[in-house]
Design a protein around this ligand. Structure first.
Ligand code: 13P
Length: 251
């Protein structure tokens, strides 16, 4: 039985001061849950303050980063390494978000290196894949997403793959208020799971968690989470509003 996994992605929002206020506010109302894992993926500059605040108020929320480079150290001005994140006891790292792909030109090959680097140091990657509107409208979304998946997980060790989280995020649904219908999202997540089964076997396909992301809100979380192949959500905008994020966690 897969446990639901709700992760927030704050993107480039919240100074560390705002982040601490947010976590304190959330902490008053948050009840630890057994049936759902919760994480917040924050800007690098927020990680240490957030970790301390979560520890002080003793709530079970994991912290993730939103990106990293794949090399361990060296002359890569402006980059942050897996080792640096591990030293901050970060649990998760988002890789291959569509904003990294579209704005910063990140290719599947780079995403693949990042997934391997994350596993190499014991970070759990949340790997994003998803099609844009023109691909969706051309009817080739599934083929595109499955190819993206195959390229991004190429050569990953079988022992690691079930601790990968895959986030299916159709680009046309991100920040637009347009959500994929739960049925359409479920069909894509089912196709992703089938491909994992073809590559790694049915046991791993049954274990791996596949999130949906793209305009997840309190009013659509319940029906999305009810879908057989959707195991959680990667939440952008609504993860920065305490009451909305809590409502999604308690979908
Ligand atoms: P929104 O929930 O704001 O649409 O963002 C989704 C997303 O990109 C999460 O990674």
């Amino acid at each position: 039985m897969r446990k639901i996994f709700i992760a927030g992605n704050w993107k480039m929002n919240m100074t560390h001061l705002e982040a601490v206020d947010f976590i304190k506010d959330l902490g008053y109302k948050f009840k630890n849950k057994n049936d759902c894992d919760v994480a917040i993926c924050v800007p690098f500059t927020d990680i240490e303050s957030i970790k301390k605040t979560i520890k002080n108020i003793n709530i079970d929320i994991k912290v993730g980063a939103q990106n990293m480079f794949y090399e361990e150290a060296g002359a890569f001005t402006g980059e942050v390494s897996p080792k640096m994140l591990k030293a901050l006891s970060v649990d998760y790292v988002i890789v291959g978000h569509s904003e990294r792909r579209e704005i910063f030109g990140e290719k599947n090959e780079v995403v693949n290196k990042k997934v391997k680097a994350a596993f190499g140091i014991g970070l759990k990657p949340i790997m994003c894949i998803g099609e844009n509107l023109s691909i969706r409208e051309s009817g080739n979304a599934e083929e595109f997403v499955i190819e993206q998946l195959a390229e991004c997980i190429r050569g990953i060790d079988k022992k690691n793959i079930s601790s990968l989280t895959i986030a299916y995020e159709p680009i046309w649904a991100i920040g637009t208020g347009k959500t994929a219908t739960p049925e359409d999202a479920n069909v894509m997540c089912g196709a992703i799971r089938k491909k994992i089964g073809d590559l790694f076997g049915n046991k791993i396909a049954e274990e791996i968690r596949i999130q949906y992301g793209g305009s997840v809100k309190p009013n659509n979380a319940t029906e999305l989470m009810a879908m057989t192949d959707i195991d959680g959500a990667l939440v952008g905008g609504a993860s920065m509003k305490v009451d909305d994020f809590l409502a999604i966690i308690n979908y």
